[in-house]
Design a protein around this ligand. Sequence first.
Ligand code: FES
Length: 472
Amino acid sequence: MPTVTIKNFGKFYIKGRKTLLDFLVDKNIPINASCGGRGRCGLCRVRIQKPPPPNDIEALLISEKLLKNDYRLACQKQTSEDIELFMPKVKAKKTAKKEGFGLALDLGTTTIKAGLVDLKSGKIKDKTTVFNPQNSLGGDVMTRISAAVEGKYKQLRESLLFGIEIAKEKIGIAKPIFTTVVGNPVMLSFYLNKPVSGLSRYPFRSAIKESTFLKNPTRYVFPIIGGFVGGDTIGGILASNKYQREGIFLYIDLGTNGEIAVIKKDKIVALSAAAGPAFEGVGISSGSLAVAGAIDRITYNKGFRFRTINNKKPIGICASGLIDLLALLLNLGWLQEDGRLIKKIEIDGFGINQDDIRKLQLAIGAIHTGIEVLLAKLGVKPSEIKEAILTGEFGSSLNLESLTKTGLLPNGIKQLRFEPDLPLQGAIMVLLGNDALERVEKIKKLSEHLELALEPDFQKKFVSNLKLTSWS
Ligand code: FES
């Protein structure tokens, strides 16, 4: 039976498998563990005789000097073999307003999302979404990359960092003890102060590939898959829990930079399709993000009927409402398949015009083409897809019929699941556990990137998919 020998306390025999931290807590030996043993606060340091080399978390959370002096984290050490250690004195805790909180960030082109997590209890305390202030320098990533290359890099980076500060202020945390960051490769490059010029032209190479650990403050930035498919897709796939499962799954993040992946057990193939910000309600005359008051469901029965998020007074129409509306207009014959609107439409003061329809057509055509190319690449028929998982700025009531009627999704998908914040959830999962960190690296390893624009017939396919009609 393995033993733990603690100077000035004694020798103990260990029954069962547990971490050194769990053992110390069981024995009422004082130790500071603000994050509840999740490897995020770095406070459960103990000095171990002949310790093994530090793992990534220990290298991140313990200074080099202390590492050299054999300090390791009790929460990272299993008691499966004999351990001898010295307990450092536990200092009286300073009472900070938000001690023991971690922050998860999803850096999107249009929005920045943040989640505040109490690391001890594992509870999500709050979530918030703010507009990315970079929007004032261009609505899509290509415009921002061009602006950066032309000398506005610093301004763009500062805008992003400012947006993060606004999100932190809104959520009420100044100094999280650990931050995890997902985002598309362009946003992650700005965040990490890496050049974006490699993404301005073919072969669209990002300056970042692997995950990054940063000290002072402590942060973990997700790796990317390739091209414009980023850590947000890895986070979303992690949170969807669908990799290495039986069956074929389709993952779609309908943001400005639409990211699509087909998950076939041990293989993940992903690409990005430039959808533009229409699905986030940006550039649409009555568009809205999926927030309280946004119209997210529209039906027709001798007149339009609608529902708003949280039953609040309507403020605009979010993506799920817009897709419902397109499908209804097609059914009613007020919108033609080529996108021509033949009747003036108004719902409670919110209209949709020809220009809006064109933008939505482009967004739907881009996603349709991306899915089509991926399925063809893997030799998968739509009817073989066990579940389509959608994430992004939709209302909660996505309607499969509207999605197939407009051509956004193929017919025959057995099940549709929608969760608005999967990438952020992935970042939260990493805040809460080290096995999630390992799974991130696994997903990265299993993933292959495909460059949509290089696919034969891409342009031809895209033009033909601009038709608002079901897949043939
Ligand atoms: S308890 Fe070990 S790092 Fe927080």
